[in-house]
Design a protein around this ligand. Structure first.
Ligand SMILES: *[C@@H]1O[C@H](CO)[C@@H](O)[C@H](O)[C@H]1NC(C)=O
Ligand SMILES: *[C@@H]1O[C@H](CO)[C@@H](O)[C@H](O)[C@H]1NC(C)=O
Ligand SMILES: *[C@@H]1O[C@H](CO)[C@@H](O)[C@H](O)[C@H]1NC(C)=O
Ligand SMILES: *[C@@H]1O[C@H](CO)[C@@H](O)[C@H](O)[C@H]1NC(C)=O
Ligand SMILES: *[C@@H]1O[C@H](CO)[C@@H](O)[C@H](O)[C@H]1NC(C)=O
Length: 509
């Protein structure tokens, strides 16, 4: 969006490219896959030994319409691991991951929490893929048709996805003769929003939800559109004032350089950008912005490889590069190059950076449609304290992009109509229970998260040093104490839901 930013949740910011330099967006930017390293792309194409079996379920295309056409079905993929399951006879629990906007296999790699805790809970593990992503493509699995236009994409929505999950879980339990096994749902990011909403809407299907970094309040009239960028800015500023200043000043520096004779060539050379016909200040800025956003989201305390391989505490490392403490760099462009290289070239394998690459290794592209229909999440505004140029987020810009691109008009208030959001404290207190909302305050998405305890059973776990769904990641020996403590607390709470459920089951029989 040229002007507009669409953020995919996990990935939330995928559509950052060229955000603020053009007055009007010709089309919505595509997933800037230059954000994803070559190794990662390869990895997602190879099929290593995966810790689950893959299954397909014949799913109803339209759960909310009985006209004969709506009976169309599609094959929905789910992954299952029964190695640790205590079985139907024992009413052993079922842990379900409510898939988000991407290939479900990728989410399993980032949800070690479920694998690591399945043995002690004797839990069955199930990961369900979101419709229109990965291999769960309606219209006979024909991606071209499914993504053709608003007529076919119309079936891509969160309410349909939740209904898919309920339908599949109920059918699976029937097949396993495990009707009485309690289901706990898990999710991170958009998947976390789905997990929380699933518990609210389908309390008879899931006894509780762990919603990690789930910005269910990041909607119109609920939070400031500036909050996302404010958190990123604060992340860098808390490392050093100078780091903040260099980033803040970089946009002007780039514009000024670009306007000089041979300036574009200099920029291209300074940042080791591959040959490109479209190279300009705008594409460079979008590329830098993407790196700052994703690094803030994944500012984990241990080395990680979620979007790209990164060291522990990457923001700190970037600021060190900017400070010039590394390799004695002095030139401002060189410093920025060193900082951005941390995100795009940590493994040191990039020969040059390809800003034109628009491949989408995790299959996140469908988010663009969601961001044009119901997921109107105001993100991307910048106030004068931001490291990004000042920018006022506007719903009208989103609307015109979406009309142009899909010929669709968003329904900006549908999500709060369907799931609530206003006065969430009082509403959830009386209408829901058994939800854990985890948020790490380094994560820009925490601005739209539930950060206060709502009731005895709707608990907000908030960590100052945490980033995007860090709690769900595989544990490591280097994990800091606060992270171990969060996980312990989550396990304890989930165990209490299950034990309460078993008690109630016995006393009712
Ligand atoms: C289930 O996960 C565990 C732990 O990752 C793995 O060792 C096991 O092989 C998996 N089971 C199946 C059936 O894939
Ligand atoms: C939308 O795409 C489908 C599948 O390609 C096609 O059959 C249909 O005619 C298209 N509808 C519109 C309004 O373009
Ligand atoms: C349950 O079993 C039926 C019959 O074998 C099968 O068609 C269906 O896909 C199964 N459900 C799930 C969720 O796997
Ligand atoms: C990536 O890092 C390696 C090792 O430091 C370096 O040789 C290479 O030039 C870097 N690539 C780019 C595009 O900067
Ligand atoms: C919510 O309550 C739990 C105890 O149940 C506590 O550990 C946690 O710190 C509280 N969260 C907030 C944000 O106060």
């Amino acid at each position: 969006m040229a002007i507009e930013l669409h953020f995919t949740l996990i990935l939330f910011s995928l559509f950052l490219v060229s955000s603020f330099t053009f007055p009007l967006p010709p089309i919505l930017p595509r997933f800037p896959s230059s954000a994803v390293s070559a190794e990662l792309k390869q990895r997602s194409h190879s099929a290593p030994n995966t810790p689950y079996r893959t299954k397909f379920f014949t799913q109803i295309l339209d759960h909310f319409n009985f006209n004969p056409q709506s009976n169309h079905v599609f094959q929905q993929r789910y992954l299952i691991n029964d190695t640790f399951w205590g079985g139907a006879k024992n009413n052993a629990p079922i842990f379900v991951y409510t898939g988000n906007e991407g290939n479900i296999e990728w989410f399993t790699e980032n949800t070690g929490f479920m694998f690591e805790n399945a043995p002690s809970f004797h839990a069955l593990l199930v990961f369900i893929e979101h419709r229109f992503y990965g291999k769960s493509i309606p219209f006979g699995g024909n991606r071209k048709v499914a993504y053709a236009n608003a007529t076919t994409l119309g079936y891509l929505s969160s309410t349909q996805a939740l209904a898919d999950y309920a339908t599949l879980i109920i059918d699976l339990k029937k097949n396993l003769s495990a009707t009485d096994s309690p289901v706990v749902v898990f999710g991170g990011s958009y998947g976390g929003m789905l997990a929380a909403w699933f518990r609210m809407k389908y309390p008879h299907v899931a006894i509780g939800a762990l919603a990690s970094s789930a910005p269910i309040l990041q909607f119109m009239d609920l939070v400031s559109p500036d909050i996302f960028n404010s958190i990123i800015s604060q992340d860098f500023r808390s490392e050093s004032e100078n780091c903040y200043k260099v980033l803040k000043g970089s946009w002007k520096l780039i514009e000024q350089t670009a306007n000089k004779p041979e300036g574009l060539e200099l920029l291209q050379k300074s940042f080791r950008i591959c040959k490109s016909n479209d190279f300009g200040a705008g594409s460079l800025e979008g590329w830098l912005r993407t790196a700052w956003v994703y690094t803030a989201m994944t500012d984990y305390p241990t080395p990680s490889n979620f979007l790209n391989p990164l060291p522990a505490y990457p923001i700190k490392k970037m600021c060190e590069a900017i400070e010039g403490t590394e390799k004695g760099k002095n030139d401002e462009l060189e410093k920025l190059y060193a900082a951005v290289s941390l995100f795009y070239n940590y493994t040191g394998t990039a020969t040059c950076f390809d800003l034109d690459d628009d491949s989408d290794p995790h299959d996140l592209g469908g988010w663009q449609w969601q961001a044009c229909t119901e997921m109107i999440m105001p993100v991307g505004g910048s106030n004068k304290h931001s490291i990004f140029p000042e920018y006022k987020w506007s719903y009208e810009d989103r609307e015109s992009s979406c009309q142009f691109f899909y010929n669709v008009t968003p329904r900006p208030h549908w999500i709060t109509t369907e799931f609530g959001g206003h006065a969430i404290q009082t509403v959830l207190k009386s209408s829901a229970s058994n939800i854990i909302f985890f948020n790490g305050l380094r994560d820009p998405w925490s601005g739209g998260g539930v950060l206060k305890n709502i009731s005895k059973t709707i608990v907000a776990l908030v960590e100052k040093s945490g980033a995007h769904h860090v709690d769900l990641r595989y544990s490591t020996k280097e994990d800091p104490k606060w992270l171990k403590d969060v996980r312990k607390q989550e396990i304890k709470i989930i165990a209490s839901w299950i034990s309460q459920y078993h008690q109630d089951l016995h006393s009712n029989n």
